[in-house]
Ligand binder design. Structure first.
Ligand code: G4P
Length: 531
């Protein structure tokens, strides 16, 4: 390997790019903050949190986020820890998140699934997990809030298997899950680590007491009942549980579990170290039928997210690009595959823990924010020769629909422009009823909150007040096969026939029952929920 390749290889091997997936309130903000704390990116935990409370979280760029104190858009944070370079892709925590969340996972090499020990696997976790599973990326589980009473750890493992269909391997095992948390047993090191929450309530890094399980001191420290239960549990795990298998972990078939408490920092460092040790560095990526090796000299990247107007003072639009191969250099010329045109990447930005800054070089696994004068769309590829196409961005079925028009018909042009741009960003899906003109659309979204974002942005960025009527429809199905024309279909009275922006026919249904009704009564009809 020559010197340049060797240097590139070193940068790739030290990179970890991952997303944290969880249900709101499981502790994602807290865990992210603690990871930043251990990485030295922030010095006092509480800063991310305090900002969130003050409606100014690190990632809260949009006004609407500030008003509600929630994170609508996904952001990226980079920091270093023990010579690793870590990119955390943040995903919106609110339950009404959009397709954006799902798409962010396309740019991740692994995922950390954060679960509240008392609540187990919750609704949003299931959805996000499924996207990770579809991509086959490794999933690491952190079971949080162990400082409080939690579900039985065996029951939690069973839940992962029953609900998510994934086997698990506990890397450590909690002692005292009835509200009297004593610590964990580290299975690899055969060591007990005693729980200490420290006096700073998790604001500073803590150290714990640890030692071999055979040391009689632990029997005294834990007390006989907890000690005996631990010995029993470990025996059961060793005999009946899955064995550690890194190959299965990397294929996403086995999830390592870590028990801990993000709030008190307990288990966070152990988790971070094992995670960095076991998780993959950026690897090969499929662009259509071509495999791109990160070590390839030629630069390749793809756009997985577009965010308009993150900074109200600048009214800019940023395209988030993941570097897949080669070295990205500020000012470099690349070919935009979609148009075949060369572009100069002049003002790339990177996202450090607290702020954005101009980046000079970036390596595979890194996320770069590109200033977008309106030329990029989700899934676009930028590369040296322009002969690659990513094409791997999945789209997700909308579950909420609304009819929208501009209140003031004179604003039709701005209305169209706004709707088109938001559709390009992938924030909404746009449908038309065949017999209605361009002044009215049916908008589909993955989460209801997207409608609020739509109303807000059309008003603030395009000066258009919307008339928005929510519909009861919940399922979109694309017609892939049909005898005759869609108008002749035998459908329930509430089913709507619309066209997507590529003129494909789509049926909107209020419930699963009417989907089945349509399939049962129309011979030759076949439907798909994603095209
Ligand atoms: P999110 O981003 O996933 O929505 O969750 P977030 O970190 O905001 O945490 C949700 C709540 O859970 C917070 O409490 C937080 O302090 C608490 N929490 C997080 N990790 C732990 C843990 O390990 N143990 C315990 N006991 N609690 C934890 P809150 O009351 O909503 O906010 P705050 O008053 O603490 O700021």
């Amino acid at each position: 390997m020559n010197i340049v390749k060797d240097a590139l290889n070193k940068e790739i091997e030290r990179r970890r790019t991952f997303a944290i997936i969880s249900h709101p309130d499981a502790g994602k903000t807290t865990l992210t903050e603690k990871l930043l704390l251990y990485g030295g990116a922030i010095h006092m935990a509480g800063s991310v949190k305090a900002r969130k409370a003050a409606h100014h979280a690190v990632s809260d760029w949009m006004e609407i986020e500030k008003q509600r104190g929630i994170s609508v858009t996904s952001s990226v944070m980079q920091f270093n820890y023990n010579n690793y370079c870590i990119n955390i892709l943040d995903t919106p925590g609110h339950q009404d998140f959009s397709e954006d969340t799902y798409r962010t996972l396309v740019a991740a090499d692994s995922a950390v699934m954060l679960i509240d020990g008392a609540k187990g696997v919750e609704a949003q976790t299931i959805k996000l997990f499924q996207v990770c599973k579809m991509r086959g990326i490794p999933i690491f589980t952190f079971i949080n809030k162990m400082d409080r009473a939690s579900k039985d750890p065996f029951a939690l493992m069973q839940e992962l298997e029953d609900v998510l269909d994934i086997r698990s391997y506990p890397m450590n095992w909690p002692i005292g899950t009835d509200g009297d948390f004593k610590g964990v047993y580290n299975r690899m090191l055969r060591q007990i680590v005693l729980f200490t929450s420290g006096k700073s309530h998790g604001q500073a890094i803590i150290s714990s007491t640890k030692g071999s399980v055979d040391d009689p001191i632990f029997k005294d420290l834990l007390g006989e009942p907890y000690f005996s239960k631990l010995v029993e549990d470990i025996e059961l795990l060793d005999i009946a549980g899955d064995s550690f298998d890194l190959r299965k972990i990397l294929k996403g078939e086995l999830t390592p579990i870590f028990f801990g408490s993000a709030m008190t920092n307990f288990g966070v460092e152990l988790f971070l170290e094992e995670f960095l040790n076991l998780s993959p560095h950026p690897g090969e990526q499929l662009f259509g039928d071509k495999i791109v090796d990160p070590l390839n000299d030629d630069f390749t990247g793809f756009i997985f997210k577009i965010q308009a107007n993150m900074n109200p003072n600048h009214r800019d639009r940023l395209a988030f690009m993941r570097v897949c191969s080669g070295v990205f250099e500020r000012g470099m010329h690349v070919i935009h595959s979609k148009t075949g045109k060369p572009i100069r990447l002049a003002q790339p930005q990177q996202f450090m823990a607290q702020e954005r800054e101009i980046v000079d070089v970036a390596y595979p696994g890194d996320i770069v924010g590109l200033f977008d004068p309106g030329i990029f769309s989700i899934g676009d590829t930028l590369s040296k020769n322009g002969d690659l196409n990513f094409g791997g961005i999945p789209s997700f079925p909308a579950e909420h629909f609304a009819r929208v028009t501009a209140k003031d018909t004179m604003k039709r042009k701005q209305f169209l422009k706004g709707i088109t741009q938001l559709a390009e960003e992938g924030a909404i899906q746009v449908y038309k009823q065949p017999d209605i003109g361009i002044e009215e659309f049916i908008i589909g979204a993955v989460g209801v909150l997207q409608f609020e974002v739509l109303e807000y942005r059309l008003k603030n960025e395009y000066g258009v007040d919307l008339k928005l009527t929510h519909l009861n429809h919940r399922h979109a199905r694309w017609i892939t096969d049909i005898n005759g024309s869609p108008e002749d279909l035998n459908l329930t009275s509430t089913t709507m026939i619309v066209k997507d922006n590529r003129d494909n026919f789509v049926l909107l249904f209020e419930n699963e029952w009417s989907v089945q009704w349509a399939l049962d009564r129309n011979k030759g009809l076949s439907l798909r929920n994603i095209l």
